[in-house]
Design a protein around this ligand. Structure first.
Ligand code: CP
Ligand code: NVA
Length: 311
């Protein structure tokens, strides 16, 4: 595959990539998926190692990067912040420089976005943002790949995100802006997406004509939507706000009434893990519109594309 333009780059936000580059990653993800399913070896990262730092829990992201490195002929190291010296106060700058002497890429899941920026500043190898409180860009590459598989296009599609103006909402705003998908974030008052992110995504959207908006009306947002998307109401690190958020978010649920006002062939996505009966009903999550497990599978293929391009 030709990932030459991305070699050595960091992957911190979709904002840093052109529409063509993102489309290239999606196409590469589709190609790697076909190869994997056909049993065609694709050892593009033979002898390469990825260091994976996790300061928060993960199922999909860890699996996708770890299995992905293995399938690409390389190796991945799971570095829990509880076990490495970072957890005992060693600085990001020192950790970045030590890892850079031994591995070919660093993946990090952490809290503040400034931590991945600091890591990228000090590392000599590509740094991949595997979720911060602000952004979750690798997830959205897999989401876009899943949308492409079902819809065969991006331009002019309507995506309604129902829930918190969180890291997922932010990365979907950037992803929509770059690919020409109209994105509406429907959230309770006081839980709107970060204003700087919205402004920056709106600037990105000028090129594609995507319309990005924020609403407090889930039904209005879901009307004629091609894609309905949701995420947990309380993100990792917000456990102490979970109860309070539940009272504010109870009308921000993907349920059958919301699906009924969307397009007939609406696809329902959720980055997972899901809380059934909260942000999404069991019936919708398990129903015919749901593509959440294709979406989860595509983390593997999309992340292999990112790894093969960057490392
Ligand atoms: N969607 C997602 O990032 O899942 P994990 O938290 O399990 O990695
Ligand atoms: N917004 C969620 C996404 C989990 C994949 C969180 O940050 O916990």
């Amino acid at each position: 595959m030709d990932g030459s333009t991305l070699k050595g780059r960091d992957f911190l936000s979709l904002h840093d990539f052109s529409s063509e580059e993102i489309l290239g990653l999606i196409q590469s993800g589709l190609d790697l998926k076909a190869k994997q399913k056909a049993g065609i070896p694709h050892p593009y990262l033979q002898g390469k190692t990825l260091g994976m730092i996790f300061e928060k829990s993960s199922t999909r992201t860890r699996l996708a990067f770890e299995v992905g490195m293995y399938q690409l002929g390389g190796h991945a190291l799971f570095l829990s912040a509880r076990d490495i010296q970072l957890g005992r106060g060693e600085t990001i700058a020192d950790t970045a420089r030590v890892l850079s002497r031994m591995v070919d890429g660093i993946m990090i899941r952490t809290f503040g976005h400034e931590i991945v920026v600091e890591m990228a500043r000090w590392a000599d190898v590509p740094v991949i943002n595997a979720l911060t409180d602000l952004l979750h860009p690798t997830q959205v590459v897999a989401d876009l790949m899943t949308i492409w598989e079902q819809k065969g296009r991006f331009q002019g599609l309507k995506l309604a995100f129902i829930g918190d103006g969180n890291n997922m909402a932010h990365s979907l705003l950037f992803g929509g802006a770059k690919m020409g998908i109209d994105v509406t974030i429907a959230c309770p008052k006081g839980y709107e997406p970060n204003a700087d992110v919205l402004k920056s995504a709106q600037a990105d959207a000028v090129e594609t004509g995507a319309v990005l908006s924020v609403s407090n009306d889930p039904l209005q947002a879901a009307k004629d939507a091609d894609i309905l998307y949701t995420d947990v109401w309380a993100s990792m690190g917000e456990e102490d706000q979970a109860e309070e958020k539940e009272s504010h978010f109870k009308n921000y649920q993907i349920n059958e009434s919301l699906v009924a006002v969307a397009k007939k062939d609406v696809m329902v996505l959720h980055c997972l893990p899901a809380k059934r009966g909260k942000e999404i009903t069991e019936a919708v999550l398990e129903g015919p519109h749901s593509f959440v497990f294709d979406e989860a599978e595509n983390r593997l293929h999309a992340h292999k594309a990112i790894l093969a391009a960057l490392l």
